[in-house]
Design a protein around this ligand. Structure first.
Ligand code: NAD
Length: 637
């Protein structure tokens, strides 16, 4: 975990920044940790609201951690910064759009990245020490992290003033400008946090609210509107130069120190965004156009050098204050084409062990969705877009999620023992095979002992569902692991049901497949009877698929060739889902029924039929729907 303390307390998800010595500057790792926590708590019913605060009394968060950005940028690597911004902006949008209340406590300095973190949430609290600003123009950048969304909505021309001058707002200014909601003196914050945690009721915020003191900024509103109403930077500078007031002279002095290109860009961005159709995503998308280009074509690296690296405070900006042209501005704001900010979830490092009938298309779908997938199969099989490793331990190195799709519980236990020592701490071991409940639970405890999280997530939907990305996952295991895997379930399937603790996914799967085995036999029996009664298969399908005898076996996986949707029956009964695997699942169901003392006569009969088919007849290696040609050949008695 990075410099964040993430936990649940009472009814609250709590995120505390724990880097007070660096004024809680937001690093890339902190950003990703916060996002993961939000993803986790989104569907956790025990979390009613989120509390966002920071250690120390100097700063909530004084900005993004730009040291690494500078190091990589100065070496000509712009990708690190672009990726950081891309992921940070996605987090900013997520916070603004979060479906549960998020309460931020903006103590001390809340600047740049800090505004992105705590300045867009549903309940933003400020106190007497709060100092809020968007200071980016001073380092050759523009207000980002959704800052332009706030600036474009600030009253009158306040947005232009705040964005260009980096003015530090106090609590009442921030409320006036729309960067905060509620004034509560800091000494009342601990009790409020406690109440929020214990009650889970965000109404506690309103109850603790105090009247807002007068805002110095509001008192200047008319003057600011006058001075910052111009269309271009030159218009604004001229208005300030022609105004005899001390305020104009001081403001001009501030603006002479900051990047002219940054100021001109900020002005244009606010003008473009202001209006009724503004959304935070629109603002972030526009900001990203600048972030993407600013190291190479803007004043960013020079601004950081002068302010933070060499600390000489004499930046050599690219333009003179009056020298920024309209084309300089529009070049930086041109759309980015394929690199446009699209708020897509971050690509994950995934290992996939077992690239068989099911595993290969599942792994290919993950790769197609943009994830980085490394695969391994003892048979040497591969999948589209997947990088092959030479062994399972090699495949799992550095993976955040390791997926297994293997024939049975014994093989799963063997593979787990082989890979667990090579997996990263905190990674998720996600087994999608169908195995016995005991193996699932044994692997889960082995993983948990090694500091990993494990999920059993068998699937239903067959190879059609695997390649079409429409599987159903039945999942057992901890909430945290489920939240991490959820975006992957959404790619590989259409539904993921969290069935409870480890092993419960397999329990659900075994019950489902007992129904499937029984209905496939019933469907094949009925086709065979229909044949002998002289009913055409087409007519049989047409009637049953829309009548009360319908089932997945009939409608989606029809065992009669040439009838209904394409299925293994149309491919000489090549699996598909092999009869051997169905026998395996039915045996698992009977093993579980035995342990649980459940009466399952049809499950028992189906197991015996598939056993005979696979072990005594020609069923081995054929699809489980090849029961139909079996019945065709047979007679009563
Ligand atoms: P499969 O036999 O086609 O694939 C399993 C793969 O695992 C094979 O490619 C095999 O070489 C590989 N493997 C075996 N041992 C290994 C090891 N030690 N290391 C690495 N790879 C190894 O089977 P499948 O149809 O893809 O089914 C996989 C799992 O999914 C099974 O548990 C099955 O019950 C379940 N399932 C299958 C279907 C289906 O329709 N096929 C549907 C639902 C669930």
């Amino acid at each position: 975990m990075s410099d964040t303390h993430i936990r649940t307390e009472g009814h609250a998800g709590r995120i505390t920044l724990t880097r007070p010595k660096a004024l809680n500057a937001l690093s890339y790792a902190m950003c990703l940790d916060v996002e993961r926590a939000l993803d986790r708590w989104r569907e956790d019913d025990s979390v009613h609201l989120i509390l966002l605060d920071a250690e120390g009394d100097k700063a909530f968060c004084a900005g993004g951690d730009i040291a690494e950005m500078y190091r990589s940028g100065i070496a000509g690597d712009y990708d690190y910064g672009r990726n950081f911004w891309r992921d940070e902006y996605r987090l900013n949008a997520k916070l603004a759009e979060y479906p549960k209340p998020v309460v931020s406590f903006l103590n001390g300095f809340t600047m740049g990245g800090g505004v992105g973190l705590g300045g867009h949430v549903s309940h933003r609290i400020v106190g007497d020490r709060s100092r809020i600003s968007m200071p980016e123009t001073a380092i050759g950048f523009v207000p980002d992290v959704g800052g332009t969304f706030r600036l474009a909505q600030a009253p009158g021309r306040l947005g232009e003033y705040l964005g260009l001058t980096a003015y530090r707002m106090n609590a009442s200014d921030a409320i006036h400008a729309g960067f905060a909601d509620t004034y509560i003196p800091e000494d009342a914050w601990p009790a409020l946090k406690e109440n929020l945690v214990h009650t889970g009721l965000v109404a506690q915020v309103e109850a603790a609210t105090q009247p807002v003191p007068d805002s110095p900024l509001a008192a200047r509103q008319a003057q600011i509107d006058d001075l910052f109403g111009g269309e271009t930077l030159r218009d604004v500078l001229n208005a300030l130069r022609n105004d005899p007031s001390e305020f104009a002279a001081e403001t001009l002095k501030t603006m002479e120190r900051v990047s002219p290109l940054s100021m001109a860009l900020t002005l244009e961005m606010i003008h473009r965004l202001r209006g009724p159709s503004l959304t935070i995503r629109k603002a972030l998308e526009l900001e990203y156009r600048v972030s993407y280009r600013v190291m190479e074509h803007g004043d960013f690296l020079e601004g950081i050098r002068a302010a933070i690296i060499d600390k000489d405070n004499t930046p050599n900006w690219r333009h003179a204050p009056d020298g920024v042209t309209a084309s300089d501005v529009s070049k930086m704001l041109r759309p980015l084409g394929p690199d446009t900010l699209d708020f897509k979830e971050k690509a994950m490092q995934i290992a996939f062990i077992g690239l068989g009938n099911m595993g290969a298309p599942m792994a290919a779908n993950l790769a197609k969705a943009g994830h980085s997938v490394t695969g391994f199969d003892v048979a040497g099989t591969t999948a589209d877009g997947v990088t092959n490793a030479t062994s399972a331990p090699e495949a799992v190195k550095g993976a955040e999620v390791v997926i297994t799709m293997l024939p049975n519980g014994d093989i799963l236990r063997g593979v787990a023992t082989e890979i667990i020592p090579h997996m990263e701490k905190g990674a998720v071991l996600l087994d999608c095979s169908t195995v016995d409940v005991d193996s699932a639970r044994a692997v889960a405890s082995q993983a948990s002992y090694a500091g990993l999280m494990a999920l059993d997530a068998p699937v239903s939907g067959g190879i059609g569902g695997a390649s079409g990305g429409t599987l159903t996952f039945m999942v057992g295991g901890p909430d945290d692991a489920f939240a991490i895997a959820k975006p992957l379930f959404d790619i590989m399937g259409q539904k993921a049901v969290h069935c409870g603790a480890s092993g419960n996914g397999q329990a659900a799967k075994i019950c489902n497949n007992m129904i499937l085995g029984v209905t496939m036999i019933a469907t094949c029996e009925a086709f065979s009877l229909a044949d002998k009664l002289g009913l055409s298969r087409e007519a049989m399908f047409d009637v049953v698929s829309t009548s009360s005898g319908y089932s997945w076996s009939m409608n989606a996986y029809c065992p009669a060739p040439g009838v209904g949707p394409t299925s293994p029956a149309d491919n000489g009964y090549n699996p598909g889902f092999a009869a051997d695997l169905m026998l395996k699942d039915l045996r698992l169901s009977q093993q579980a029924a035995e342990t649980a003392d459940a009466d399952t006569p049809l499950g028992q009969a189906a197991t015996e039929l598939y056993r005979t088919f696979v072990e005594d007849e020609d069923g081995k290696g054929r699809d489980f729907s090849a029961m139909l040609p079996r019945f065709e050949k047979r007679h009563r008695g």
